[in-house]
Design a protein around this ligand. Structure first.
Ligand code: MG
Length: 272
């Protein structure tokens, strides 16, 4: 079995300082947190940006600051920028792709979020995919519902994605697909041949379903974006969440990928 790629999503668009003291919000805090998570065993970091008030922003300048702070630490992790919908709308969501991170998140369909529609119209998905393709950015295909897998396959058929395709099953968002073993098996079995996959499990089932992913050859994303709680009622840091996944994987006999090993598995260029 391939080594396990652990991605950390330290910030997201939703968690606030009021909810947890552990969420990194400024570029400096985010870079330091990513660095700590690399030391804990994470190979990739999924960045979101916040403005001066801590609100989500799509602005390229803020992402540039995050990347500058991050690179100043000589941290070898894979960089991934979110093009998620809570920070902006339309193509502006992909503004920071101009900064050429190694990866970008790409949601291939629409779903509900707890309080709104997560709107990913076909032309927007295709435009974001095209921008990533042209800038040599590997998409992480975000799957909130089963149809999004085939939408990714269609993008590949149009020549907008390079293999191997990398899917992330984001399960248990209220409004989208629940995190159950049955759903995980169904999604796995729906993947095209050769595809790689990851899980981001929101809420209470995250340890169990992430463990299943480790056993089944998938990869795992953890972090405060997905879960502010380490366990019931106990807040945790991003690094603590990474450490736990490392521990579980080692107990189960699955080795952890370094950033460069993860690059090789994902078909990314080695870091210069
Ligand atoms: Mg995100």
């Amino acid at each position: 079995m391939e080594k396990l790629i652990i991605t950390v999503a330290p910030t997201g668009n939703v968690p606030t300082r009021e909810q947890t003291p552990h969420v990194p919000l400024t570029p400096k805090e985010i870079a330091q947190d990513a660095f700590d998570c690399w030391n804990a065993g994470a190979a990739a970091v999924h960045f979101h940006a916040r403005d001066e008030e801590g609100k989500p922003t799509h602005r390229k300048e803020v992402f540039a600051e995050i990347l500058d702070e991050f690179h100043s630490k000589n941290c070898p992790m894979i960089t991934q920028i979110s093009t998620g919908g809570r920070a902006g709308s339309g193509l502006q969501r992909g503004e920071a792709l101009d900064l050429c991170p190694e990866m970008g998140s790409l949601t291939t369909g629409s779903t509900n979020f707890p309080n709104r529609v997560y709107d990913n119209a076909p032309d927007l998905v295709e435009a974001l995919a095209k921008k990533m393709f042209e800038n040599n950015i590997k998409p992480e295909l975000e799957v909130f519902d089963a149809a999004m897998i085939n939408n990714g396959v269609v993008l590949a058929q149009k020549g907008l994605l390079k293999g191997p395709l990398y899917f992330n099953f984001v399960l248990n968002v209220k409004g989208a697909l629940p995190a159950t073993p049955k759903n995980l098996f169904f999604l796995m079995e729906s993947l095209p041949p050769g595809a790689l996959w990851n899980v981001s499990i929101i809420g209470e089932p995250h340890v169990r379903l992430s463990t299943m992913a480790i056993l089944l050859g998938g990869n795992v994303r953890v972090g405060i974006e997905d879960n502010i709680y380490y366990s019931r009622g106990v807040l945790g840091t991003n690094a603590q969440q990474v450490e736990r996944i490392v521990k579980i994987a080692r107990m189960l006999g699955r080795e952890i990928a370094t950033p460069d090993e993860a690059r090789e598995i994902l078909g990314l260029k080695p870091k210069a």
